[in-house]
Design a protein around this ligand. Sequence first.
Ligand code: CO
Length: 148
Amino acid sequence: MAIYQIIEVGDKILRTKAKEVTNFNDSIHRLLKNMADTMYDADGVGLAAPQIGVSKRVIVVDTGEGLLELINPVIEFAEGEEEDQEGCLSVPGKQGIVKRAYKVKVLALDRNGDNIVVEGEGLLARALQHEIDHLDGVLFIDKLIVKV
Ligand code: CO
């Protein structure tokens, strides 16, 4: 088990577009494990690799329905709108209201490089959009409509 220090806003890596993963080897499997350990330790519902200092397109999400590991995730389809409160482990102490799609369909690769599809609504859809934003250097504070 390896728990990483979560990188906070102000660090350039959080504003850098992360690179696609092309090798599905032990180092990616270790990264996924370290990200999950770090997310659970911090009581988060999602974590993106740049938040532990790795500029790769990898996210983990668990909104209470089990761990999702997504590599090179892309939102293929989004529908609806919902405004809800959000925070981020990289922006401690801040929360605010962000408008997101209510429902998304995400295409990604699993830890072995096989195609997977994840569909989610509500909190899961929100977490997926938030974490995928991290891979493009976007933080929820860029999208606030109301500060709480
Ligand atoms: Co975040």
